[in-house]
Design a protein. Structure first.
Length: 351
């Protein structure tokens, strides 16, 4: 009697596993495994687990998370789900991107890919992802900027690849993922107008206030047929200011003979902030110490609306704030901005 039951059960399971609807991928060949290659959208990455906030090459990218949506036809933002790969961690091992379980290109249907870096597991204090394998729509990502500057990290988001098939692979059989910088970067440089014979140092820089938490939303443009993204502050976002001081974000740099702009930001202390508009009450304060003699030390400060320099922080932009100091205790701030490079805007000198 038990033998008959086992035979019937086996037959039922066989029918269940071999039957599929049009939304299920057909089995693929072993040679059709999905391999990735990550390429930079800009010239360099800022990667968290190297020196935090420091700029490194693409070779130093450590890991990323992938969401893959299988659809019989085209990806539909309102109903498609990450049913194929859901926050799968892809790691670099001996120069090759690896992940488990290994996935293969289906022989029918299409795959759409979204990726971000660095990878965030459940419970990550800064990057949270709420999409499950059955959550309809684009991946849902929320990011919180760490209060401590030296723990801030860059967040990279890939250019979405929609409706891909195995013919989308490059000549090496890999799927290229292009990443964009999703945050804004601020660095600081300083120089003297002319060399002097006594020490001059930038001792502290304070900026604020900035929204510290936001959610990323993908946007499909039917005209260009491109998918981009935007940021919106969450309801529990708070305003934060950030301070860099000597040995805590700023280098202990004596400017007295430096007449070409030189970085005074330590390699792990570039500000990595959420894209947002600069408000009227957001200020920047810079303190400069002049040690004219052993017993004659003077600190001068300049405080100006940050909006005089920067009106909006944009994704993938690097803002270099330049501090021009004179031996007469005059301080001038300018800034330059570009896609991780640098148009100058001057504000009045401080007297």
């Amino acid at each position: 009697m038990k033998r008959k039951e086992y035979i019937l059960l086996s037959a039922a399971l066989l029918i269940a596993f071999t039957s599929c609807d049009k939304n299920d991928p057909e089995p693929a060949n072993d040679g059709d495994k999905i391999d990735f290659i990550a390429t930079p959208f800009h010239e360099s990455f800022i990667q968290t687990d190297q020196a935090r906030g420091s700029e490194t090459g693409n070779d130093d990218m450590l890991d990323f998370g992938v969401y893959a949506y299988y659809t019989a036809d085209a990806f539909i933002p309102g109903t498609s789900t990450p049913n194929f790969m859901c926050n799968t961690r892809v790691e670099k091992t001996s120069g090759t991107w690896t992940y488990e379980p290994l996935m293969f290109w289906p022989n029918n249907g299409k795959l759409s890919f979204f990726a971000y870096s660095p990878y965030a597991s459940q419970g990550d204090p800064y990057t949270s992802l709420s999409s499950t394998s059955s959550t309809a729509g684009y991946p849902q990502l929320t990011y919180t900027v760490p209060d401590n500057v030296i723990t801030q990290r860059d967040l990279l988001v890939s250019v979405p690849l929609l409706d891909q098939t195995k013919t989308s692979r490059n000549a090496d059989g890999k799927l290229p993922l292009k990443f964009r910088h999703a945050l804004s970067c601020i660095v600081f440089n300083a120089k003297m107008t002319d060399a002097c014979d006594f020490p001059v140092k930038v001792t502290s820089i304070t900026l604020g206030n900035f929204k510290n938490k936001a959610s990323l939303s993908y946007i499909y443009n039917s005209g260009s047929q491109e998918t981009t993204y935007s940021w919106a502050p969450t309801e529990d976002a708070t305003d934060k200011s950030y301070t860099l001081e000597i040995n805590s974000g700023l280098k202990d740099t004596d400017l007295k003979t430096i007449t070409e702009y030189t970085s005074i930001t330590t390699t792990n202390s570039r500000l990595m902030l959420l894209p947002q508009a600069i408000d009227d009450d957001d200020n920047i304060e810079v303190s400069v110490q002049y040690d004219r003699a052993e017993s004659q030390s003077e600190t001068r400060k300049i405080t100006v609306p940050l909006k005089n320099l920067i009106t909006t922080l944009e994704s993938g932009k690097r803002y270099s704030i330049n501090i021009l100091v004179s031996a007469l205790a005059e301080i001038t701030l300018t800034y330059k901005v570009a896609d991780w490079t640098e148009t100058s805007v001057d504000i009045p000198s401080f007297n």
